[in-house]
Design a protein around this ligand. Structure first.
Ligand SMILES: [Zn+2]
Ligand SMILES: [Zn+2]
Ligand SMILES: [Zn+2]
Length: 261
């Protein structure tokens, strides 16, 4: 079954340009050097629209791509850059007339429920709406709107987080290690989007070299790097990547093949 993945944000937690930075990437006029906070949107026609993470820039991402429907949200983890847009799903509650099912692991739920306490504590408040969510804790593959979603456990420093596989497409952001058991879950991935923060080593993210090593082992048809800092100017970095590997950019659309269930 055909689907589309739109990369809504491909930047690291600061975004690019970064506040108060005058480096060449931050001043670049190449639109591919403007990176919002990380999120993707999966559309499967006549079936389901899934948002992966509610990034800090969610509102701008929805407006830019004229997204008017979110049937479900999957969370990779509970870091600020991946959850801070959650309050804005209120619009989808209104448009769609109901709560939205959300999926995350236990660690991410802990962070989300602490950050957005007012959406979960059941205390009635005057005025203002709250996001209406139906929380699900992910413990294995799930069916979301008739589409098979395979969570892929990853390490993000010491934090266990989730990548997601949809058919021939795997999205592995915010990771610096793939546990042995997870390799079988991503085997056969044809289109890969993977964390590649920068060249310099980092305690919780893959570098370009690390991500290239994953690409070499997994051998997808195409690989795209995401969650980049301003250390990686788009054009110059792409020019040194091997064939079939490139930097993702905000607005990149990938045709994918999902599995109906
Ligand atoms: Zn992040
Ligand atoms: Zn900069
Ligand atoms: Zn993170």
């Amino acid at each position: 079954m055909r689907g589309r993945a739109t990369l809504l944000g491909t930047g690291t937690s600061h975004g690019v340009p970064m506040i108060g930075c005058a480096c060449a990437t931050c001043r670049s006029t190449d639109p591919r050097d403007r990176r919002l906070r990380p999120s993707i949107y999966i559309e499967v026609p006549d079936r389901v629209c899934i948002l992966v993470d509610t990034a800090t820039d969610l509102r701008q991402q929805m407006l830019t791509h004229e997204i008017a429907r979110v049937d479900a949200v999957l969370f990779t983890h509970g870091h600020a850059d991946h959850i801070l847009g959650l309050d804005d799903v209120r619009r989808f509650n209104t448009i769609q007339g109901g709560p939205i099912p959300c999926y995350a692991n236990a660690e991410a739920w802990e962070a989300i429920q602490r950050t957005f306490y007012y959406a979960f504590d059941g205390i009635p408040r005057l005025g203002g709406g709250i996001p209406q969510l139906i929380p699900h804790t992910i413990e294995g593959p799930v069916t979301v709107g008739g589409v098979n979603v395979v969570p892929v456990p990853l390490w993000h420093g010491r934090l266990p987080i989730l990548g997601f596989r949809f058919g021939n497409f795997s999205y592995l952001t915010d990771c610096n290690a793939i546990p042995d058991e997870s390799w079988t879950l991503i085997e056969g991935t044809e289109i890969l989007v993977i964390d590649a923060l920068r060249d310099e080593p980092h305690e919780t993210h893959f570098t370009i070299a690390d991500a290239l090593a994953v690409v070499e082992r997994l051998a997808p048809q195409r690989a795209y790097f995401t969650h980049m800092t301003h250390d990686l100017p788009h054009a110059a970095t792409n020019a040194r990547l091997p064939r079939g590997v490139e930097l993702a950019y905000d607005g990149l659309v990938l045709d994918i093949e999902v599995v109906a269930s």
